[in-house]
Design a protein around this ligand. Structure first.
Ligand SMILES: [Mg+2]
Length: 172
């Protein structure tokens, strides 16, 4: 009899932990200026990810978790920023098994992009033990899908888009 965690493929399911990047491991507030313009500049926003400071507290959790299970990254950053992302992770000493990214540019919300990733994660025979995520709406999606989501911050993306009046100076 197959174990409960087995999927529809070979049954060799591997436990893992999932970490988000922006707002979870990468402090991205310095890039908000590119989205606060009349015409939000997403290209500059993502390219500036190269300069994100590491969120040390969550990185500590990352290293503790990695002693027990492999870690995969689920980020809604577009695929074309994979190299920037991989280099940043390497520079920060964050070693991961796999990185799932947004496949196409477009208006699909981060929530739906990550909901779609669940299928790929399962096809690749990963079974997430838990997910670390900062955004309210994405955390809600993970929970709706039956996962244990550990929310490391409370980011309201609508709020993030209207940060003009917010003061994050202490975080930068
Ligand atoms: Mg995030």
């Amino acid at each position: 009899m197959r174990k409960a965690l087995d999927n529809e493929t070979t049954g060799r399911v591997r436990a893992c932990a999932v970490f988000d990047l922006d707002g979870t491991l990468a402090r991205h507030y310095h890039r908000r200026k590119y989205l606060l313009q009349d015409n939000p500049n997403w290209k500059s926003f993502f390219e500036a990810a190269n300069f994100d400071p590491l969120i040390e507290t969550v990185a500590s959790v990352f290293h503790m978790v990695r002693m027990s299970v492999p870690i995969i990254i689920c980020t809604a950053r577009p695929e074309k920023y994979r190299e920037i992302t991989e280099r940043w992770l390497a520079r920060k000493g964050l070693f991961v098994e796999q990185i799932y990214m947004r496949e196409h540019d477009g208006d699909v919300s981060d929530v739906e992009v990550k909901r779609e990733m669940i299928k790929k994660i399962r096809e690749d025979e990963w079974e997430p033990v838990f997910i670390v995520e900062d955004r309210d709406d994405v955390a809600e999606m993970w929970r709706e899908e039956g996962f244990l989501c550990l929310q490391c911050a409370r980011t309201d993306f609508k709020g993030f888009q209207n940060l003009g009046s917010w003061d994050f100076s202490d975080l930068e």
